[in-house]
Design a protein. Structure first.
Length: 669
């Protein structure tokens, strides 16, 4: 038998009968029964929050558009104790609510249940208690940035919280506290911006007027539609795709078809494909968006291991007709046809990066073009073997046949053979290029020719409109142009032959510029002109320089250089002294045999060659003696002194002597 409960904690209502004596408590109990029943329904079948309306609306100030008035629209809300908060009219948010705030900041605005009492108007009847308040007014009040916005849920005399109560804090079996101010439960309306300077409200930042609002919900295990339509939509008409309005938290199983009339978004998780009842037989298959380094990708996962039997397939017609297959073992197959890239000229195939690939180039639509292969360094051609990640390795059992390196050079490997077979000519590889040990050879049946310009003509020795630069036939090499050699050119090797030409020009060492011509340089052999027949004349158009001191040298071939200079006496105290002179011929001689001085003239106190010399009417202006002397010389200069004396030694320091210095020597180069 169930134990009796404490009456104060049970649901009670007034039980009426005839001739019953009723007190205020009986009527209060009857009223409380209906109020509490409605409250338990409000927070039992629903969750607490705003039902409708109670929006914060800004109205710009007509004088200063940077200021606004904020109104609360009519509406209804239910707090966590099941009490209704009803506003029947548009209410101005009183600036006096913000008296405690002096800065410019956003402030949260809340609504709470509130009660007051009133007395109805007199209509001929009066209460026994004169002036008593016979009405309770259920109303509300607004709060700004309350210090504490939480409320307590009391179950069995103690404060309860999840998991002992629902996480949404809508608890119909809680003990309802006494009416305000004890039973305080706040509902957030939004956020406004208060400026404490002008003591006015300003426009709130976008989206903040509705910040933190909570709306009521329904609590049920089934929602049944009486006909073919169950509609879930916004209460206020708007575009169906403006923003989110519904959320499912947890798994959702749909037994029928899902038709999405617009985009289907998957945020953060993958689209998973399974068999019946969610089975995947150990091979998960998902489709999701993720980040690949700094970029983005749509990632299709096919299992967790490489397998030829786990594939992504595109079928044509029936599932068994596969057009494209991507396998998790790294293979891509196209069993039913070729790969068609399309008409665009581009690098159509990129093998591991843009640096490796195959593409086409075309100057214009319909025009002929180019097929190219791209590699950052080398190309290689193998026969046999299998893949080896090591560069230029053909794999076990394979052979490298050809390699094109990063400099554009072809490498045929280490086998000596005729690498290039240009044409058999009916003789089996008769035309080509090959390698023998230490020998590179060119093979032909008859001629070898070198052309410049022109185009191919199938006719022997025909340059095709170009120029024949060089031709080697069965007997001779013909060069139609200059021949340059960096080493000695031997004509008639092992025998006797002649070089037949008209002109011979020497060249500089290390350069092809014109220079002296050297015959039999360093051999010690004579150069013979006109021997073995009629005599020939050696004609030299220019100076003849002969080097050598032995028998047969031409000692009479000399070079003479003269230099004229004017020498002024030097001074030493009150009298004159010999003046020093020097003349130069730098680079004009390789050797000098002799040099001497010739006296040209002298002058007292004026230049020697002055056409109107001055006259000194002085008894001491009488020349005494004049002399010039060579002291020394070398291949670059000569030097010495000279002196012109007169009777009065104090007057001779500006006297002048003109001399000519003669040098005799030879220049070999």
């Amino acid at each position: 038998m169930t134990a009796p409960r404490i009456a104060g904690l049970d649901v009670q209502r007034t039980r009426y009968f005839e001739n019953q004596y009723l007190t205020t408590a009986d009527f209060q109990l009857a009223q409380d029964y209906h109020r509490r029943t409605l409250g338990r329904h409000e927070i039992g079948a629903h969750t607490w929050g705003i039902m409708v309306g109670l929006d914060l609306v800004e109205t710009p100030d007509p004088v200063d558009p940077t200021l606004v008035d904020v109104h609360l629209t009519p509406g209804v809300a239910t707090d966590g104790y099941g009490r209704q908060l009803v506003s029947f009219s548009r209410i101005l948010v009183d600036p006096a609510l913000f008296d405690a705030f002096v800065d410019d900041a956003h402030r949260s605005l809340w609504i709470e249940y509130y009660e007051t009492t009133a007395r109805p108007s007199e209509d001929g009847w009066a209460d026994c208690a004169d002036g008593g308040q016979t009405r309770t007014i259920e109303t509300f009040r607004l709060l700004v940035d309350p210090v504490d916005t939480t409320a307590d849920v009391i179950v069995e005399g103690v404060i309860a919280a999840p998991p002992d109560t629902p996480a949404d804090t809508s608890v119909p079996y809680q003990e309802i506290p006494p009416e305000p101010p004890v039973g305080r439960w706040l509902v957030r309306l939004g956020t406004v911006r208060w400026d404490g300077g002008p003591r006015r409200l300003r426009p709130a930042a976008p989206g903040r007027l509705a910040e933190g609002r909570r709306y009521i919900g329904s609590i049920a295990s089934e929602v049944l539609a009486p006909d073919d339509t169950l509609r879930v939509a916004r209460r206020t008409p708007t575009s169906v795709d403006d923003a989110d309005f519904a959320r499912f938290e947890g798994r959702l199983r749909v037994q029928g078809r899902i038709n999405a009339e617009r985009e289907l978004w998957l945020e953060g998780d993958a689209l998973r494909f399974t068999y019946d009842a969610g089975a995947d037989e150990g091979v998960p298959m998902t489709l999701a968006r993720d980040r690949d380094g700094a970029g983005h990708r749509l990632h299709l996962q096919l299992g967790t291991a490489a397998a030829a039997t786990t594939t992504f397939a595109i079928s044509a017609g029936t599932p068994s007709t596969t057009a494209l297959e991507v396998r998790t073992d790294g293979r891509v197959r196209m069993p039913s046809g070729p790969l068609a890239i399309g008409p665009a000229a581009d690098q159509e195939i990129e093998l591991s990066s843009p640096a490796y690939g195959m593409g086409t180039q075309r100057p214009a639509a319909g025009a002929t073009g180019t097929l190219y292969l791209r590699s950052p360094q080398r190309f290689a051609w193998y026969t046999g073997g299998g893949h080896d990640a090591q560069e230029l390795e053909p794999g076990a059992g394979g052979t490298r046949r050809l390699m094109l390196d990063e400099e554009g050079s072809l490498d045929f490997g280490s086998t000596t053979h005729q690498m290039l077979k240009l044409w058999s000519g009916g003789g089996g590889g008769a035309y080509g290029i090959g390698v023998q040990p230490y020998t590179l050879y060119f093979r032909t049946h008859f001629d070898m020719a070198w052309f410049r310009g022109g185009s191919h003509i199938d006719q022997r020795g025909n340059a095709g409109g170009g120029a024949m630069m060089m031709h080697l036939d069965e007997f001779r090499l013909s060069v139609n142009g200059a021949v340059t050699t960096r080493d000695n050119l031997t004509v008639g090797a092992g025998g006797d032959a002649a070089v037949v030409t008209r002109h011979v020009i020497g060249k500089q060492v290390g350069s092809d510029a014109a220079d002296s011509l050297f015959l039999n340089w360093g051999t010690g052999r004579s150069v013979v002109v006109g021997a073995g027949g009629a005599p020939s004349v050696l004609e030299v158009n220019g100076p003849l320089r002969v080097r050598g001191v032995g028998p047969g040298s031409v000692e009479s071939v000399v070079k003479v250089v003269t230099r004229e200079t004017e020498v002024v006496n030097a001074s030493s105290g009150a009298v004159g002294r010999p003046g020093l002179w020097s003349v130069f011929w730098v680079g004009e001689f390789d050797e000098i045999q002799d040099a001497f001085v010739v006296l040209n003239g002298f002058s007292l106190a004026d230049h020697v060659y002055n056409p109107t010399p001055g006259h000194w009417p002085h008894a001491g202006a009488i020349p005494q003696h004049v002399w010039a002397r060579l002291i020394g010389f070398d291949t670059n200069k000569a030097w010495g002194d000279a002196f012109c004396a007169e009777s009065d030694g104090k007057l001779e320091k500006d006297n002048r002597t003109v001399i000519t210095v003669v040098a005799i020597g030879r220049k070999f180069t």
